[in-house]
Design a protein around this ligand. Sequence first.
Ligand code: SF4
Ligand code: SF4
Ligand code: SF4
Length: 248
Amino acid sequence: MGKPKVGFFDFASCEGCQIELTNYGDAAFLELLNHIDIVEFREAMSEKADQLDIAFIEGSFTREADRARLEEIRNRSGVVISYGACASTGGINALKNHQDDYTKCVYGEDANMPHLNSQKAMPISEAIKVDFQVLGCPMDRTEFVNIVSHLLHGKEPVVPNHPVCVECKRNETVCRFDDGDHCVGQVARAGCGAPCPADGIPCEACRGFVDDANEEALKKVLVDRGGLSMARAESKTRMFTANLRSDR
Ligand code: SF4
Ligand code: SF4
Ligand code: SF4
């Protein structure tokens, strides 16, 4: 059997996840390239393919007009993987779902131009079936390699469902709260290795929340221990999870 044919596609995004991939000089990723055949990748090549074994899709589903292109990719791909927060959860794009008149605010009198006409930012799973997700903003490169490697070996990839605090403790990182700061790592989905607190930066849950996250308790901790106003605590919990919330 030949190498699996792999394609990369982008929708509403900053393309940071693609850049993350093309900048990936790690030995594990270079080894992975020996086992896959990249046949479509706009950021790096102009060729196209008819059929794909794996399609990686970056970016949110924000325009009904994109549905047909998503379905076309789905129809010619064995496995579809959303990579990055924008594609997997709606990501930071979904902040606009909570704003009125955002196009006018950004584009002024040009806000009515047809190409700016978009709907709520949603994960691509709102339009097509997605088989697996690589989380993070940008996507986590190690998780990307792990998921592809699992698939190549016929195994189901496992995405952690425990909070970032666990990884922080394993790393013996000083908690941001003990440094007079705040953090949402108590309910953020682990898998990144907790690099942000290790660098003295609060976790913002770019990988989304664990299942059944207690957001009310999180807000209380951000106010009581982090010293944030309730309004700021509310926006902190929304940064990367705006599309996962009941009030979306
Ligand atoms: S997940 Fe983050 S880095 Fe990736 S495309 Fe979206 S905004 Fe950019
Ligand atoms: S810094 Fe954040 S992720 Fe780390 S232990 Fe404290 S609350 Fe949890
Ligand atoms: S520590 Fe939090 S914000 Fe940083 S990469 Fe991990 S999940 Fe994302």
